[in-house]
Design a protein around this ligand. Structure first.
Ligand code: BG6
Length: 465
């Protein structure tokens, strides 16, 4: 069976500044740099963000390798903690400007579209400690300042901008489930942070619309969408899945595409006494500064059932899990190394949801990938990792993307996480995701079988399955 894609489809891969560059020559520590400094044992093998994939020094060779495997687009992020010298004033660091200019120019010289994101979990820690991070509307203003600098400096050549990567993960990780610094558990703060990030994104979009003069320029947000499926068709499980979808998907989708938070969710949060504090002016700003384009990160679906504990026992603090429990569906197909379910058809459900409920906004798969440990198990005699499991994973996901497009979905690209194995937050280098392997001791980088396979797909704009 031939799986074909529209002309000019983006064949790319994604990383982020903090996960690839390394800490060289950085002005400030971000929240993860800081967390590693104070608690290295919280990180897999105690490997921290200093040991990223050395992109700061080897960006030329890395981009050349991306070219070699046929990528026509590459998403990374500009680090706030590198670009800005004075976080309050928003003054820029000239070395950082030179670095990001060089990266952008090198991508363009190699025929690779640079896709730039502004915040990939990496808030400068000073803003967390001094102002309470995303709990603070002052930090929202500072983010808009940083974003404006990026648009002024690089907007002549970068046409595709994204404000945030996975805002829900900041809310979940930093304010509910303790996997992002500052590891607070506070439902009310979590809800305020969700709102403040939405506001920060809208403010950055407003700034972009004022500053941008590039006729091809557009701006969006990257959301991790996790369709939530009920364990059974009982009314209780259906209600659980309905709430999970409202919280995990519709909250940021609604606010960023329509400028409106889902009314049903707002009513629930209000009834539970945790609704965010907002002003009419802010709400107007969110309403009038919606995105042009959407990035969708998809790794795994979410299976839920009705919550087993009574909501009263949670009265001390609010948690979204007041309304649903995770459900381990018997027989589900798993990526055992990572512990995530593999369910490629969810991408088709996402495509149709965007088509039918979110104005069929142009979107692309901004991350999708399979993290596997100890990949040296699959080295062949030529020293190439034979990652057939990754090829199969990508094929199956692309199959459902193509089917969505055939049915009218406006999807224009696919980015694998990640081009070159990179450092990954608490998991450090436990799971490898790249088309290209990276020996973290020698920094030798080698194209995997999937990279060679992807080159052909990108060249032919199709593959056989
Ligand atoms: C995505 C993030 O959600 O997951 C990336 O945007 C992250 O930053 C990726 O690296 C994989 O996560 P992990 O923890 O499995 O390496």
């Amino acid at each position: 069976m031939k799986i074909e894609f529209p002309k000019d489809f983006w064949w790319g891969a994604a990383t982020s500044g903090p996960q690839s560059e390394g800490r060289f020559n950085k002005q400030h520590a971000n929240v993860f740099d800081h967390w590693y400094e104070i608690e290295p044992e919280a990180f897999y093998d105690q490997v921290g963000p200093d040991t990223a994939s050395n992109f700061y020094n080897s960006y030329k060779q890395d981009i050349a390798m991306m070219k070699e495997i046929g990528l026509n687009s590459f998403r990374t992020s500009i680090q706030w903690s590198r670009l800005i010298d004075d976080l309050e004033e928003g003054t820029v660091n000239e070395d950082a400007v030179r670095f990001y200019n060089a990266v952008i120019d090198e991508c363009l010289a190699q025929g690779i579209r640079p896709v730039m994101n502004l915040l990939h979990f990496d808030l400068p820690v000073e803003l967390q400690e001094k102002h309470g991070g995303w709990e603070s509307k002052h930090v929202v203003e500072l983010f808009a300042k940083f974003a404006s600098q990026c648009f002024h400096l690089f907007g002549d050549r970068v046409t595709d901008w994204f404000t945030f990567n996975e805002p829900l993960v900041i809310v979940d990780g930093a304010y509910l489930y303790q996997f992002h610094y500052p590891n607070i558990v506070d439902g009310k703060k979590a809800v305020q942070v969700a709102y403040n990030i939405t506001l920060a994104s809208a403010k950055a979009i407003a700034a972009y619309r004022e500053i941008n003069t590039n006729p091809d320029g557009r701006i969006g947000i990257v959301l991790n969408l996790t369709p939530s499926y009920p364990a059974t068709n009982s009314p209780e499980d259906l209600a659980a899945a309905h709430f999970a979808n409202l919280w995990m998907n519709d909250l940021f989708l609604g606010a960023s595409t329509k400028g409106q938070f889902p009314q049903e969710l707002v009513s629930i949060l209000e009834k539970d006494g945790v609704l965010w504090e907002s002003t009419d002016d802010e709400m107007r700003l969110i309403e009038t500064n919606t995105i042009d384009v959407l990035g969708v990160n998809f790794y795994h679906p979410n299976r839920v059932k009705q919550p087993s504990i009574s909501s009263n026992s949670l009265a001390v603090d609010w948690m979204p899990t007041k309304y649903f429990d995770d459900y381990e569906m018997p027989g589900r197909r798993m990526n055992v190394d990572k512990g995530w379910e593999i369910y490629p058809k969810a991408l088709h459900d996402i495509a149709l949801n965007i088509r039918d409920n979110y104005d069929n906004i142009p979107w692309f798969v901004s991350e999708n990938g399979m993290g596997v440990s100890r990949e040296e198990r699959y080295l062949n005699e030529e020293g190439v990792i034979e990652d057939d499991y990754r090829i199969q994973f990508i094929q199956e996901h692309l199959y459902w993307v193509a089917k969505g497009i055939e049915e009218g979905s406006n999807c224009f690209g696919y980015h694998l996480w990640t081009p070159i194995d990179c450092w990954s937050w608490k998991n450090a280098y436990r799971n490898r995701y790249g088309f290209i392997s990276n020996n973290i001791h020698t920094q030798v980088k080698t194209i995997k079988k999937s990279g060679h396979w992807f080159k052909k797909v990108a060249e032919e704009n199709q593959f056989d399955m």
